[in-house]
Design a protein around this ligand. Structure first.
Ligand SMILES: Cc1cc2nc3c(=O)[nH]c(=O)nc-3n(C[C@H](O)[C@H](O)[C@H](O)COP(=O)(O)O)c2cc1C
Length: 367
């Protein structure tokens, strides 16, 4: 492993110990109210001890109607702050860093989960979510922007080292960006400038709420990977605008639950040439901005990751499934640069989360 992968770098003013990031991963270890359970703090502490420079929390909803599935974390009310503080303290005790991933599901949820009709830019059903969501009014859009800003303030109060907006995987911010789910006729729909207005306003509101020094980042979709969807050419322009208005870093992902084989968590990663499937997208975005750009999706072997850094395709490297299987993976790479993660990308790790058990790798354990 190139020593450069183990050199510190900065996101905004914060120093991250190395280039390895735990990509946001819903763990299914929170109560129905969104309160993290003690085992989530233990889970993060183990990841921090395993060597990752930065942990991005699992999906954390900024409003109750933004929850996607049971077991996800909430940040919609001050009553959650003490439990969130336990989580961040556990990471800091292991000298780790943790950002909070702020999300609203938009149409990617159900009445069963949130107790009310899901809301979205337009009344367009998201694939895999059979309900037709209700179109947001302009007043409701303003309230949602405030909910993201309030979530950002709570994240800071709870001791998170920064924020990651979830601007990918078909959730609300992605729904505004995509012409497939955003068919609004007002100035939030139509041109790219209009489709990115919601994200622009969320970014400005969050930045103004937390001040200039607090790290504000995004997991940005580079493309929907669907005909007629959001494209990489548009993502490059969005990234440039975000940099102008105070975004500190971008983690590049792509796809939605509807993208077939090109979903965010692809299967069949079994050779170096099927790894790093968002790397070309990251390269395009990195070439267009000056802030750190990371890549997620199918990173498995040391030499592939080293190659991405050497070729200047990305500044940091985010992993989800491999760290479920091997929380000490980064320490393995520190010892053996040629090590290859043993995750087989089967996606079995979603199942125990859905069953309320909390995620784990199912390869060695039956679910
Ligand atoms: C069990 C599980 C939960 C996930 N939860 C989230 C999440 O909360 N937020 C998010 O942005 N992505 C989530 N993802 C997607 C991952 O962060 C990542 O983008 C994807 O799995 C590809 O990276 P990988 O090949 O390293 O797993 C999840 C993936 C898995 C397997």
């Amino acid at each position: 492993m190139d020593r450069k992968l183990f050199e510190a770098f900065h996101i905004g003013r914060i120093k991250i110990a190395n280039r390895f990031v735990r990509s946001a991963t819903w763990e299914g270890m929170c109560d129905d109210s969104g309160d993290p359970q003690d085992r989530l703090a233990d889970y993060y502490a183990r990841l921090a001890a395993g060597g990752v420079g930065l942990i991005i929390s699992g999906y954390t909803y900024v409003r109750p109607d933004g929850k996607q599935l049971p077991g996800k974390m909430g940040i919609y009310s001050d009553h959650l702050i003490p439990a969130l503080q336990k989580v961040t303290a556990a990471v800091h005790r292991k000298q780790g860093k943790i950002f909070c991933q702020l999300v609203h599901a938009g149409g990617q949820t159900s009445t069963r989960t949130i107790g009310t009709t899901p809301v979205a830019p337009s009344a367009v059903a998201c694939d895999y979510y059979p309900e037709i969501p209700r179109e947001l009014s302009r007043e409701e859009i303003a309230e949602l922007i405030e909910a993201f800003a309030a979530g950002a303030v709570r994240a800071r109060q709870a001791g998170f080292d920064g924020i990651q907006l979830h601007g990918a995987h078909g959730y609300l911010i992605n729904q505004f960006l995509s012409p497939l789910t955003n068919q609004r006729q007002d100035d939030y729909g139509g041109s790219l400038e209009n489709r990115m207005r919601f994200l622009d306003q969320v970014t400005r509101a969050a930045r103004s709420a937390v001040g200039p020094d607090y790290p504000l980042t995004i997991k940005l979709t580079a493309a929907d990977n669907l005909p007629g969807g959001f494209t990489i050419d548009e993502a490059v322009l969005v990234a440039q605008q975000l940099e102008k208005i105070g975004m500190d870093a971008i983690e590049v992902s792509s796809g939605t639950a509807a993208s077939g084989a090109l979903t965010p968590a692809r299967q069949g990663i079994d050779a170096p040439d099927s790894e790093a499937y968002n790397a070309d997208f990251a390269r395009r975005i990195k070439a267009a901005v000056g802030i750190p750009v990371g890549v997620v999706g199918g990173l498995r072997s040391g030499p592939v990751i080293k190659g991405l850094l050497d070729n200047g395709q990305a500044d940091f490297f985010a992993l989800s499934r491999p760290l479920i299987r091997e929380p000490e993976l980064v320490n393995h790479w520190r010892e053996d640069p040629d090590y290859c993660a043993t995750c087989i990308s089967c996606n079995g790790c979603f199942k125990p989360g859905l069953k309320g058990e909390g995620i784990y790798c199912v390869l060695d354990r039956k679910v």
